[in-house]
Design a protein around this ligand. Sequence first.
Ligand code: ASP
Length: 333
Amino acid sequence: MKRRQFIRNAALTGAGLAIGKTLTGCADTPSEEKKEATMKTKTQNTPIAICTWGFANANAKAGEELSKGVKALDAAISGVEVEEENLKNTTVGKGGAPDREGNVTLDACVMDSNGDCGSVLCVENITNVAELAKRVMTETPHVILASKGAEEFAYRQGFEKDQLLTDASKKAWEKWLESPEYKPLINIENHDTIGMLCMDKDGDIAGACTTSGLSYKMKGRVGDSPIIGSGLFIDNEIGGAVATGMGEEVLKTVGSFLIVELMRNGMSPQDACVEAVNRITSKNDRYKDFQIAYIAINKAGETGSYCIHKGFTYMKYQDGKNENVHSDYFDKA
Ligand code: ASP
């Protein structure tokens, strides 16, 4: 086992045990029944792709790749690239909204079914940052590269320098500067971080998450999306989860890791997403002002989603069908 993989495994095992203790009140491993259920589902191999929001083209792309036999991580990356390259999407990739000083800075991470992962933070001038995160995973001894270091690494890997600030994003930013108030909107219809989870024909699960972050954020701000465990987490024996919404709140509860650990302890993807949202709303009176949404998949191919406020939808591709699903939500008042 490579040294960095060993270190990562050790850290995750430690964190997993700690959370298992909190959840169950004792340090017991999951019951024999639960273990058996997990084992039974290991042969499941229906290709499935799910992604945050209504990114139909991106999800269809990933689903089609999976149907051709492409592995989960590569399918997820080719799916999210559709949005990274979509100039009309103002919260992902090229065309993304800038920070308050006019710099478009992108964040992304990927996690593979063998537990390996890569991440890039605050990267300028590179469009396909999910692929760049994969290169950090496969071509460096590290997990995270940030800012200029990530950008220089991208050029060494053959990525081209791109102009990420489009005329439309620049105009919107200039308008915002007229009365600058930092107030992220609760739901920006179908235009937000894309987080994608794929299960391939071998039943292996992997995921990718990519974003330009919250519009008009402070220079240097990084949210949950590129942080393994917060924006995305995969454990191929159990399942995976991704987040979208107010990154600061996801970071405080390590939401995606929490969901996978809840599933490890026997919860369905749906119940695990509900519990992860409850962890936030129960401690934070300000939840009325922000949106958080999670989607999750388990090894049996069951999926789930939950969010704070009405309006979040996600895409689900299975058996050649690509559907937009309305998520249940917490704030019914
Ligand atoms: N989670 C992202 C961030 O905080 C933004 C989003 O999903 O809308 O950067």
